[in-house]
Structures are given as structure tokens and as C-alpha cells.
Design a protein around this ligand. Structure first.
Ligand SMILES: Nc1ncnc2c1ncn2[C@@H]1O[C@H](COP(=O)(O)OP(=O)(O)OP(=O)(O)O)[C@@H](O)[C@H]1O
Ligand SMILES: [Mg+2]
Length: 331
């Protein structure tokens, strides 16, 4: 089967008019508006395979939400194309809606004045889900997301974490093969975040759903995603596994070794530098762009020297992503 989500050269430019400052500026803006083009998404290409969870990452304003809006059919691209479960989302919005579920953490898709359960019933009618199926799916969601304690509450009275959990359930009630989640754990406490991650894992592993997720929470990325696509200023910077990201940007590991013999001139393995040495205590770090991963370095050090003690400090994913964003921004 081909990819669930296919994105080819996708681009979206927004045209806005800028207001000149001051009274005469306002008048001039009215007579002769100055138009500026914002390239929110530029020539992005990637695939998501069926049953895969991909994290779409990037700093604020990178173009993540704009990409998701094109894939859900809310926005039309200015160039390039996309297919979601074989459907071009912005050309066949309704057909696409049957194949996808979408959660925008920032805003609810539920009816503000209705109790959650009524929203669920309306969705059941819209998507023509048989009653028994609807009930069993709600039970499955309730088991993990713990919704029943507040699903008779009006949406407007829910806390943020409760509301997003309801949005998640609502997005999956019609059993869509593809799910888009734009910051689904925004504002959640750690316990609820873990509940939601378990829910998503279950949806991918047991239900075989394809998930495209954006988040600024790196713990989430580590727990859920094997592959990430990193974008910045609308351009794709990297498409690869978490390991590849670490190799490319995670040059902040250290291997601290105690050598059995106190070498005076330690010649490190290729791609590895001696950062500090104090007698037999040597701290190794990456050297250059082709530096090995921390685990390869560990192996190389142990193979080259007789060591009596060894420890590693691995950059955590937050550090790695910070480096990635900084480098991508400078490129
Ligand atoms: N309707 C619009 N009109 C003009 N500019 C827009 C519009 N929507 C988005 N943009 C601009 O496009 C860029 C990408 O925005 P987008 O919302 O896709 O970023 P994001 O990666 O989702 O960021 P965040 O992490 O903050 O959610 C931003 O510079 C934003 O200001
Ligand atoms: Mg966004």
C-alpha cells in the first residue's frame, strides 16, 4: 500500500497588507496598500506510511499548523500537492473529512454550549456511526482517557486538559485511518499527558492509525515518534529518525573515562576529541560534523583503551532540538 500521507512540493504563501504608521501612513495604506508575501510553507515533501506516527517539529512560526491545515483541507496550497488516504484534501474536503480526525489543541471542534456527550451524539449522526459501534468506541476511549467523569458537562465549563481529551475522542469517533494532532497535549498536567500518550500509542499500535502530530514537548516526541520531520521558516530541514537528528545536531555528548594506564598523550579515535584530561581521567567529546554517536564513541573508547571506569552524558532531546533550531535558523 502506498503512503497514507503524501506531500509533494507543498507551499503556501500568505499575502497581507502592512499598515504604515501614523495618520498619513494610514491614508497612504488605504490609497496604495503595501502588499507583503509571507512564505509560510515552501516546497515541502515527505510521506507518512500507514500505521506510522510522525512528529512534525519546528520552532514557533515554522509552518507546522499551516501544513496541517492544508492536509485537513482547511487551506489550499499555493503550489505543490498533497494526498491523504488517496484523497486531495483541499479539492474534496468532505471526502477527506471522513478519512481523517483532527485535533487543534488551541481551539475546540466541539459545540461550546452543549454537554460533551451531546457533541459526541451529533458527530455520530454526521458520520452515520452505528449506535453499538459508537458506544463501544466511547467505552474504549473512556477506559484510557477517563472522560465519563465530565462528559455531561458543557464544553465551555471544561478545563483545558479535559476539553482536549474530549476533542481527541471526538476526532476518532468515526474511526478515521489518518489523524492530525496539532499540539494535542497543550496545557495538560503530567499525569494527563501520559494518559494521552498511552491513548495515542494504543491508537497507532492496536488500531493501526496513521498519525501526524506537532508538539513542543520533546518528552512526547521521544515516547511516541520514531521519525520526525523538522521544518523551519517553512522549509524542510530534516526528515529522519530520532537517532539521525541526534547524530546531526546532538553534538553535545561526553564520555568520561578513567584509563587504567595514565597516558600523557591520549590520541583519540577518529571523530572524537579529548575535551579535558586530568591524569587518568579523560573526557572525550565529538569532533567535527562526522562525529560518532555517543554509543559508537563509547565502544571506540573501550576498544582503544583499557578503562577502569566509564560514564556518558548524553545531550537530552531538548538540547538536541535547541541546537537543530539554532542551526536551521542560521542556514
Ligand atoms: N492566515 C495567515 N495570514 C498571514 N500569515 C499567516 C497566516 N497563517 C499563518 N501565517 C504565518 O505563517 C507562518 C507559519 O505559521 P504557522 O501557524 O504554520 O506556524 P507553526 O509552526 O504552527 O507555529 P507554532 O509552533 O507557533 O504553532 C507564521 O509566520 C505566521 O505568522
Ligand atoms: Mg502551530
Amino acid at each position: 500500500m502506498s503512503a497514507s500521507i503524501e506531500v509533494r512540493g507543498l507551499s503556501r504563501t500568505f499575502h497581507t497588507t502592512v499598515r504604515r504608521p501614523g495618520f498619513t501612513g494610514t491614508l497612504r495604506s488605504l490609497v496604495n496598500p503595501e502588499r507583503v508575501a509571507k512564505h509560510a510553507v515552501s516546497d515541502i515533501t515527505f510521506d507518512v506510511s500507514p500505521g506510522e506516527l510522525l512528529a512534525l517539529l519546528g520552532p514557533n512560526g515554522a509552518g507546522k499548523s499551516t501544513t496541517i491545515k492544508m492536509l485537513t483541507g482547511i487551506l489550499t496550497p499555493t503550489a505543490g500537492e498533497a494526498r491523504v488516504a488517496g484523497v486531495v484534501p483541499y479539492l474534496e474536503r468532505e471526502r477527506n473529512a471522513r478519512n481523517i480526525g483532527a485535533v487543534f489543541g488551541q481551539r475546540t471542534q466541539l459545540w461550546w454550549d452543549l454537554p460533551v456527550r451531546e457533541s459526541f451524539s451529533i458527530l455520530r449522526d454526521i458520520y452515520e456511526v452505528p449506535k453499538a459501534e459508537h458506544a463501544s468506541r466511547l467505552k474504549e476511549f473512556d477506559d484510557i482517557l477517563d472522560l465519563s467523569s465530565f462528559w455531561d458537562t458543557r464544553v465551555r465549563h471544561l478545563s483545558l486538559g479535559q476539553r482536549v481529551r474530549c476533542d481527541l475522542a471526538a476526532a476518532l469517533l468515526h474511526d478515521p485511518p489518518v489523524v492530525f494532532l496539532d499540539e494535542p497535549t497543550i496545557g495538560m498536567d503530567v499525569v494527563v499527558k501520559e494518559q494521552v500518550r498511552e491513548f495515542l500509542r494504543h491508537q497507532v499500535e492496536q488500531r493501526g492509525r496513521t498519525v501526524l502530530l506537532t508538539t513542543h514537548d520533546m518528552t512526547e516526541v521521544e515516547r511516541l515518534a520514531e521519525r520526525v520531520v523538522l521544518i523551519n521558516h517553512g522549509r524542510l530541514v530534516l526528515d529522519g529518525s530520532l537517532d539521525e537528528i541526534r547524530r546531526t545536531f546532538g553534538s553535545t555528548w561526553q564520555v568520561r573515562a578513567t584509563l587504567a594506564d595514565a597516558h600523557t598523550d591520549v590520541v583519540p579515535p577518529p571523530g572524537i576529541a579529548v575535551l579535558r584530561q586530568d591524569g587518568p581521567q579523560v573526557v572525550f567529546g565529538p569532533d567535527g560534523p562526522d562525529a560518532p554517536t555517543v554509543h559508537q564513541a563509547l565502544k571506540a573508547v573501550i576498544e582503544r583503551y583499557e578503562v577502569t571506569g566509564i560514564a556518558i552524558d548524553e545531550a537530552d532531546l531538548e538540547d538536541v532540538m535547541r541546537a537543530a533550531y539554532v542551526q536551521a535558523g542560521a542556514a
